[in-house]
Design a protein around this ligand. Structure first.
Ligand code: AMP
Ligand code: TRP
Length: 346
């Protein structure tokens, strides 16, 4: 940890004459859930006018856990449809599939040379996903954060909008970029994580100590984007709550605090205002309105998903044009990297 923390954190020079560049990524691993929407994609959508945005469906990352050809292909398409259905405007942003831009893999290899083994071993996502089985998990799961650094650094991203769980990976990206710049001269922009105070960590509905996750074996622990309205209402009714009857945000009431936070984001209210609105009304009334708020947010997305599913050529075109734009940018960065590092060029 020491070496990582001692590195000076040099910011990219403030640029006032251009929009800040944003890159974010999401894995096509199925079961997109409410946490992904509130922690990530909703912010991508809200900020798309403000920034110069690229969003990447990271299929190479998905290979780090066992998958099959058919499920990967289905998940990529589903995720692309979901991102657009959730409001990302493909005319205003670059939406593309990672493996369509070969430079991601190439830069990943180069960056591995300035990444320390010990740094990767300390990544909490690796510890979680390997579940202590580090003899048998793939080497790709171990080097996963380096590929993520390549995703970000290829596009000179200033900001990376993600949920709280990705903070450590963005810090590693900064350290790796800094080290490359030290060794070979200024090459990469040092990116900053963009983590919102609200929604960055939506917790599981059956255990407020765990984050909502698509890998949970219990489908009642998350709201999936594909859940039918009645299923959503039922899951919220069943969600664990803390003892008592009052609707209050309180560190001693983590389950309720999580539900209030979901309600407050969806209704654009402060948690205090939610508390006031439900004063004296009890859990039943609160949960029923929370269920309705989630249904109201999700139903239009499901409707657009149906339309996109029926016309696959729309998303084909979006991803093809996104890959073209991304490739053009990434090849410029890679030429610079090869030249700085003294690679090839014959
Ligand atoms: P993943 O599903 O792990 O590919 O994550 C995609 C994006 O969703 C990342 O920006 C994550 O930080 C974010 N995310 C995942 N789970 C949650 C959660 N429970 N709460 C908030 N954000 C989340
Ligand atoms: N590791 C991220 C996650 O699990 C996904 C990701 C891959 C990503 N490359 C990225 C996020 C680049 C932001 C930027 O959610």
């Amino acid at each position: 940890m020491a070496t990582q923390q001692q590195l000076p954190r040099v910011e990219s020079a403030p640029q006032t004459d251009r929009k800040l560049r944003v890159l974010s990524g999401i894995q096509p691993s199925g079961n997109f859930h409410l946490g992904n929407y509130l922690g990530a994609i909703r912010n991508w959508v809200n900020q798309q006018e403000m920034y110069d945005n690229s969003f990447c469906i990271v299929d190479l990352h998905a290979l780090s856990l066992a998958t099959t050809r058919d499920s990967l292909r289905a998940n990529i398409r589903n995720l692309a449809n979901t991102i657009v259905a959730a409001g990302v405007d493909p005319d205003a942003c670059t939406l593309f599939v990672q493996s369509d831009v070969a430079e991601h893999s190439e830069l990943c290899w180069v960056l591995q040379s300035v990444t320390q083994f010990g740094e990767l071993r300390r990544m909490t996502q690796f510890k979680d996903k390997s579940g202590g089985q580090d003899e048998s998990v793939s080497a790709a799961l171990f080097t996963y954060p380096v590929l993520q650094a390549a995703d970000i650094l290829l596009y000179d991203a200033d900001l990376v909008p993600v949920g709280e769980d990705q903070k450590q990976h963005i810090e590693l990206t900064r350290d790796v970029a800094y080290r490359f710049n030290q060794r070979y001269g200024e090459t990469f922009v040092l990116p900053r994580p963009d983590i919102k105070p609200d929604g960055a960590r939506i917790m599981s509905l059956d255990d407020p100590a765990k984050k909502m996750s698509k890998s949970s074996p219990n489908p009642n622990s998350y709201i999936a984007l594909g859940d039918k309205p009645d299923e959503i209402r039922r899951k919220i009714k069943r969600a664990v709550t803390d003892s008592g009857t009052e609707i209050v945000v309180d560190p001693g009431k983590p389950a309720l605090t999580n539900l209030i936070s979901i309600y407050s984001i969806l209704n654009e209210m402060t948690p205090e205002a939610v508390q006031e609105q439900f004063a004296g009304r009890g859990y039943g009334a609160f949960k029923s309105e929370l269920g309705e708020s989630i249904v109201t947010a999700i139903e239009p997305i499901q409707q657009r998903l149906l339309e996109l599913d029926a016309s696959p050529e729309i998303i084909d075109g979006v991803l093809r044009s996104g890959a073209g734009k991304a490739r053009a940018y990434a090849s410029g960065t890679m030429t610079r990297v090869r030249e700085r590092a003294g690679l090839g060029g014959y």
